[in-house]
Design a protein around this ligand. Structure first.
Ligand code: NAD
Length: 245
């Protein structure tokens, strides 16, 4: 896969899966905008990539802020002359059983995971229609099928799938592909936060017997972002070591 000359944005890429995606795209030749709500980790990732001679800059934003998301898309396209790849990875969880869930937990998760994805896709769709090319890849989750204790998260990730499928049909004739991927259980700060008992339970559900690595996900994204994947659109691809939720 060669992404030389491509301009890419990865949201939530200061750490975890997003970081691995940004590193992979940069290693394959793309100029990558790392964006994250935390300046500290975004700038650290950029410094590391630059030290390796790779092209990267960073943008600090909360994807739930529509104006900031629009500025991210417009400024990146202006600076690099185009936007080839948008990966919507920023995501949070605020887990609780439905009967104990507070409205704040619902609102925060929907605002970041679902509205945040809309906030970048909407201006990106304008840019990509104009340039008649583009790749949008949204990070959903296998949890969309109904993970206990994650009604808010599952609803947000199911919403991302609907958004992906509709956008894929609207943008297909402009040579823009839109796909979603559903990671299973990936070893990041998000999953390291679960109690040991839950960790062991999740691993027991994975036929391959291990949590995924962020790099496993990054490899799939690199493929979907490449010219090789030009006829794949509107798809929802699981990546979970065989896990069925
Ligand atoms: P993580 O918590 O390790 O990293 C998330 C990153 O997003 C962080 O760098 C964080 O600062 C950033 N972020 C959070 N809120 C933001 C906001 N409002 N605006 C901008 N940036 C923000 O999580 P992760 O495990 O790497 O997850 C990445 C994505 O993959 C998420 O969308 C998550 O829902 C999804 N996912 C993860 C798993 C898993 O097992 N880890 C499984 C399925 C899906």
């Amino acid at each position: 896969i060669d992404l030389t000359g491509k301009s890419a944005i990865v949201t939530g890429s200061g750490r975890g899966i997003g970081r691995a995606i940004a590193v992979k795209l940069a290693e394959l030749g793309a100029a990558v905008t790392i964006c994250d709500i935390s300046e500290e980790i975004a700038s650290a990732t950029v410094s590391e990539l630059r030290q390796r001679g790779l092209e990267a800059d960073y943008f600090v934003l909360d994807v739930a802020d529509a104006d900031a998301a629009r500025a991210l898309i417009e400024k990146t396209a202006e600076k690099r002359g185009k936007l080839d790849i948008l990966v919507n990875n920023a995501g949070i969880n605020r887990d609780a059983m439905l009967h104990k869930m507070e409205r704040k937990q619902w609102d925060e998760v929907i605002a970041v995971n679902l509205t945040g994805t809309y906030n970048t896709m909407q201006p990106a769709s304008i840019q990509m229609r104009e340039q008649k090319s583009g790749r949008i890849i949204n990070i959903s989750s296998s949890s969309w099928m109904g993970n206990i204790g994650q009604a808010n998260y599952a609803a947000s990730k199911a919403g991302v799938i609907g958004l992906t499928k509709t956008a894929s049909r609207e943008l297909a004739k402009y040579n823009v592909t839109v796909n979603a991927i559903c990671p299973g259980f990936i070893d990041t700060d998000m999953t390291r936060g679960v109690p040991d008992k839950v960790w062991d339970l999740m691993i027991s559900k994975i036929p391959m017997g291990r949590a995924g690595a962020p790099e496993d996900v990054a490899n799939l994204i690199a493929f979907l972002a490449s010219d090789t994947a030009s006829y794949i659109t509107g798809e929802v691809i699981n990546i979970g070591g065989g896990m069925v939720l």
